[in-house]
Design a protein. Structure first.
Length: 154
């Protein structure tokens, strides 16, 4: 069974897709829809809809407030530049959950096919890297992921 955060993320992504890349949501209405606290919505937005993951988030507070999430168009443009931006955004280390989020976005943006994403996830999974102790494991994972992205960027 999917975690609530995953369900909320997928719902927001569907709203963005249906609205041709820009969605305005009301935090309280979304929290009511999912029967959760508004801070759960904040958590999902702040961790899964970041600039590094290809989203611009704007918010306006108050009675008529909203959260506008815009998906940055990376197809057809400077794909190499986008991937190089992601490579630098990864930094020196990355955890498995963050790596998985990046890879999911690569599929969403049609940078990689689902089968390629499965291979990427397998290469950076804790299952394969478990013989390496933390925090070195996250450093190795970042190096592997960045190397794969460098190949895609060329």
């Amino acid at each position: 069974m999917a975690r609530l955060s995953d369900v909320i993320e997928n719902f927001i992504k569907q709203v963005i897709s249906d609205a041709q890349g820009v969605a305005e949501i009301q935090r309280n209405e979304l929290a009511n829809h999912f029967n959760c606290v508004p801070s759960q919505i904040n958590y999902v937005i702040s961790t899964r809809f970041t600039n590094d993951m290809g989203y611009l988030v704007e918010s306006r507070r108050g009675g008529g407030g909203f959260i506008r999430i815009t998906r940055v168009n990376v197809t057809g443009g400077d794909m190499g530049g986008y991937l190089m931006h992601i490579i630098s955004a990864i930094g020196r280390r990355i955890g498995q959950q963050d790596a998985d989020a990046f890879i999911r976005n690569f599929v969403d943006y049609e940078i990689v096919e689902p089968r390629e994403a499965d291979l990427m996830r397998a290469a950076v999974s804790d299952k394969i890297l478990m013989r390496i102790a933390q925090p070195e494991r996250d450093v190795v994972r970042a190096d592997i992921l960045k190397n794969m992205l460098t190949v895609l960027a060329v």
